[in-house]
Design a protein around this ligand. Structure first.
Ligand code: PMP
Length: 955
């Protein structure tokens, strides 16, 4: 088709709002107030009145009645067929759907259509994968819905149709003042037009909406606060075109909204479309070109409109964004996009993979060696000459801490280690296509070969024979000198050696294993499918963090690393108190494992030494120590001790707290998340009392008598039990209300509660499993903050930095109570390895001054979170102290309704951005922040900035 677009100079109609209001009443009989809605080239006014909300559409004078009828028929066609909201035309008083008005010698055609409630997706800054997918699905449904739609006016050539990119850009490029932008558009259009022309005969055609974009897709907030597409408006661009253009138009919006990766965002739209309207091979091949085409058309189109109407705020607003999208589109290699889109649709990308012919070993005198592990699981890898660095591996040396973007870690080549200066020969004959400082590209038949890590000895343009010397090994990058050999589909514009994991599968299809080139077999990569394997064997009652859990393979300090070498800032692992993989802990454990590990019925020093150290950290008379393995065991033993010492059974516990998974501790854990029936039907002898929750409970932190008042609930429960002649054995409580994200107990609470318990002859247990060991900063033990001394203290988690060692510390009198009752023995509790680790952890805490660090960094983090509360409505309050903090996310600050789904989605988004945070609390709406105590000020700053960004841009 030959088309000319130069004459399309479109002035938007300019009626006043008052005129619009009158037109709605006089022509359509609809009363209401009028307000302006945006439009590219028409004028739209929202009419809001007693009979509902409508849009008065005043068409650009360039449009004829047949074109408007096309739009109306398409709307009705879809409205009747799709599970989507679509505007419907309303009849005018004259019986027709189209009315006319004369103005300044021109005739303008009017329509009134129903208003689709919601917000256009353009209003959302960040578009989550689920939203992009749903947008793709909307486009797919529209394409399917219009499959059988016909109209005589649909044959018009529309400038926004990606198919016409060549003609449109040729006509409109002269309007682009900036020469860089102009040539960018011309270049993109040229490449796209050529590909489209080549593929067009194989592509299906039909009528399309051709404008299913973020401006025209309407969404409504789901429970997680995401704007989920539910309708589509603006049928002004309906035209007959290629079916896949419906998708190309929609997919091009992925390049806006500042996505983490533009191609991955587009692929998500493609995936959604394909699910609703399956694509064929030719369409998938054409798609990357059509997406680029649309981006170029929109950029030159808005430029024209903006130049024509400098006062059209709508056109001016979109102009900068449209050029950014065009630049992003130009930067995406079409081949890569093609492979990625195919993978998104569940097709194989193998069609994009070049064949790798057999070649010759390039390093004479060095024999190929074994593969060495250069991934995060490789501990001190040795790289002798000939050692191979694997293809497809996530490289440990390429990881980057505190990175919101995925770092480029996946290796696309094969490395062969060799001494500096060693000769490198061409593995096969070819032409030297490009020569760089430390690399060259050899173009062979159907394959490009990138050789890097060498000083090239061949010249660009030179033909070389197989076995010819092409360079010498040189030092490069962070690994020992090596030759990087990369096979690639021919003609790729640039060949990175490492790519980000999100793009890895597509890149690996384009850069297959180069083994045959070097005379080596390409190893079959084992199918990992770890998640499926876990699900088949680990009960579902034991859930995982995250929808698509990363496979964590390494930890160091306050960072965790996944198998692809992505680094995450770990904000939740209070267990790893001195940091992951602390070398002193490792050394202590390794040394003792080599010497002895046995049970505690033998005499060895470390058990006594560790018990002495713990007792020395506690006030008198807490000087007897039982060593066990976990917090649950510690609390279980504490309950047994209390019952034995008092010869009573009843236990008072805090409603909604958590103390462990053993039968006895589970009974006193009434958190609705962990034990949904616990508080509703407490076990015999268990008496949950009102939790001292100054945020959601009856007495707030501003009530100076809150502590005493909450403690009254303990007193009342004791009175009730005493009246029934069953006074309590014990009262168990954390020194910070941990389950609610670390709400600090009101002043005087434990003092008053302990006094009531002691007066009744009961024993007070402080569960310090989470909050003890210096985490609170100002105090080593949580109970110190309340000015009390418990009768029994339990400690775990931090005690072994992840190794299972826990303790119960109590008085001699209470400890002796077990003597006549079978005594106590735990096979591995307090074993030599555990105790050596326990001692090392205490040494590190002290020497690295981690309690002080918790106070300093925690204070800073608390202040920063407080600022976030000031900035974001959803952030209701900050709880906690030191490095035990919680950010309470609420739907409404007055009702404090937990923002449960939002919190979940925010955690997912934070993980995308490289931070591990998790929800806690009965409403699962508190972001718990309890990192290793080696957390630094810069980590806190980075976390705050990341969180602020997520809350501001959306999730
Ligand atoms: N007490 C408290 C306060 C806890 O938070 C936990 C665990 N989250 C436990 C006891 C149980 O400890 P463990 O998981 O080591 O058995």
């Amino acid at each position: 088709m030959s088309v000319s677009f130069a004459g399309h100079q479109l002035h938007s109609p300019r009626f006043s709002l008052d005129e619009a209001r009158v037109l709605a009443r006089e022509r359509f009989g609809v009363e209401g107030t009028a307000s302006q809605l945006g439009s590219h080239q028409d004028q739209n006014a929202l009419i809001d009145g007693p009979s509902g909300r409508f849009v008065l559409k005043i068409a650009n004078a360039a449009f004829g009645e047949d074109e408007l009828d096309l739009q109306n028929r398409a709307m009705l066609h879809l409205a009747e067929r799709l599970p989507l909201e679509v505007p419907r035309p309303c009849p005018a008083l004259n019986g027709s759907e189209i009315a006319a008005v004369e103005r300044d010698g021109a005739t303008y055609l009017l329509r009134l259509v129903t208003f689709v409630e919601g917000e256009p997706l353009i209003d959302a800054l960040h578009l989550a994968p689920a939203v992009l997918n749903a947008l793709g699905e909307v486009a797919g449904l529209v394409a399917r819905g219009l499959e059988d739609f016909e109209h005589p006016a649909a044959g018009r050539a529309l400038q926004w149709d990606p198919r016409h990119v060549g003609a449109v850009v040729e006509a409109l490029a002269p309007h682009v003042e900036d020469p860089h932008r102009r040539s960018l558009a011309v270049e993109v259009a040229g490449a796209a037009a050529e590909a489209i022309e080549r593929l067009a005969p194989r592509l299906r055609t039909q009528i399309a909406h051709c404008d299913v974009t973020d401006w025209n897709v309407i969404g409504r907030r789901d429970r997680a606060g995401r704007l989920m597409p539910c309708g589509v408006i603006d049928f002004g661009d309906v035209t007959r075109t290629l079916r896949v253009c419906e998708l190309a138009v929609a997919a091009s919006i992925a390049y806006g909204h500042d996505p983490d990766d533009p191609l991955c965002a587009a692929a998500e739209i493609v995936r959604g479309f394909d699910a609703a309207c399956p694509l064929d091979d030719a369409e998938l091949e054409a798609l990357p070109h059509l997406v680029a085409a649309r981006a170029a058309i929109v950029a030159v189109g808005t430029e024209q409109q903006a130049a024509l109407e400098p006062h059209n705020a709508y056109a001016q607003r979109v102009r900068a964004g449209d050029w950014a999208i065009c630049e992003t589109a130009a930067a995406q290699p079409a081949r890569l996009a093609g492979a990625l889109f195919r993978l998104a649709c569940g097709r194989s990308a193998a069609g994009h993979a070049p064949r790798v012919p057999a070649g010759a070993w390039p390093l004479p005198g060095i024999a190929p060696g074994a593969e060495v592990d250069l991934s995060p699981t490789g501990l001190d890898p040795l790289t002798p000459p000939g050692a191979l660095g694997a293809h497809g591996e996530g490289r440990w040396h390429a990881t980057r801490e505190l990175s919101r973007e995925e770092p480029e870690t996946i290796h696309l080549g094969l490395d062969v280690f060799a001494p500096e200066g060693h000769e490198v020969r061409a593995p096969l004959a070819g032409r030297v296509e490009r020569v760089g400082e430390r690399e060259l590209l050899l173009a062979a038949e159907g394959l490009d070969v990138r050789l890097a890590g060498l000083v090239p000895a061949a010249m660009g343009g030179e033909d070389v024979a197989a076995g010819a010397v092409v360079g010498h090994i040189t030092a490069a990058g962070s690994l020992a000198p090596h030759l990087h050999v990369q096979a690639a589909a021919p003609g790729m514009p640039a060949l990175p050696g490492l790519v980000k994991p999100a793009l890895a599968e597509a890149w690996l299809a384009l850069c297959p294993h180069p083994g045959p080139l070097l005379g080596l077999a390409a190893p079959a990569r084992p199918e990992r499918a770890l998640l499926a394997r876990r699900r088949a064997v680990i009960p579902h009652a034991q859930p995982l963090y995250y929808e698509a859990p990363p496979e964590i393979v390494r930890g160091a300090g306050q960072h965790l690393y996944d198998a692809q070498a992505r680094a995450y800032l770990d904000c939740v692992n209070n267990v790893a108190v001195v940091g992951h993989s602390h070398p002193r802990v490792t050394a202590a454990a390794t040394r003792q494992l080599r010497l002895l590990n046995t049970n505690s019925r033998f005499l060895y020093e470390s058990m006594t030494a560790f018990a002495e150290r713990l007792a020395g950290l506690l006030p008198d008379p807490l000087d007897r120590v039982f060593l066990v393995s976990t917090g649950s065991e510690a609390n279980d033993l504490a309950l047994r001790l209390a019952r034995a010492a008092t010869r009573r059974r009843n236990v008072l516990c805090i409603r909604d707290a958590y103390h462990g998974w053993t039968t006895a501790t589970y009974e006193v854990s009434t958190s609705s998340v962990d034990n949904p029936l616990g508080a509703l039907a407490p076990a015999e002898g268990v008496h949950p009392v009102l939790s001292p929750d100054t945020y959601r409970g009856p007495y707030g932190a501003d009530d100076p008598r809150a502590g005493e008042r909450y403690a009254d609930a303990v007193r009342d429960a004791i009175h009730e039990l005493a009246a029934a002649d069953h006074p309590p054995a014990a009262f168990i409580c954390e020194a910070l209300y941990g389950n609610a994200g670390g709400i600090v107990l009101p002043d005087g609470y434990l003092q008053a509660a302990y006094a009531h318990v002691h007066a009744a002859g009961g024993v007070c247990i402080a569960d310090e499993v989470q909050v003890g060991y210096g985490r609170l900063g100002a105090h080593f033990w949580g109970f110190e903050q309340q000015g009390v001394v418990p009768d029994i203290v339990t400690v775990a988690k931090a005690t072994g930095n992840g190794h299972p060692i826990a303790a119960v510390i109590t008085t001699g009198t209470i400890a002796e109570a077990l003597e006549g009752q079978g005594g106590f023995f735990a096979s591995v509790g307090g074993g030599p390895v555990s105790c050596e680790i326990g001692l090392a952890v205490l040494d590190i805490l002290q020497e690295e001054r981690l309690q002080e660090n918790a106070q300093r960094v925690g204070g800073m983090l608390h202040a920063g979170l407080q600022e976030i509360v000031g900035r974001h409505e959803i952030a209701g309050a900050v709880h906690g102290m030191g490095l035990y903090l919680g950010l309470d996310l609420v739907r409404d600050r007055t009702t404090k309704q937990p923002a449960r789904e939002e919190t979940d989605a925010i955690c997912e988004r934070m993980r995308d951005r490289g931070a591990i945070v998790q929800p806690t609390g009965d409403g699962m709406n508190v972001l718990k922040l309890k990192p290793p105590l080696v957390f630094q000020q810069r980590d806190a700053d980075w976390l705050l900035e990341t969180l602020d960004g997520v809350l501001a841009r959306g999730w």
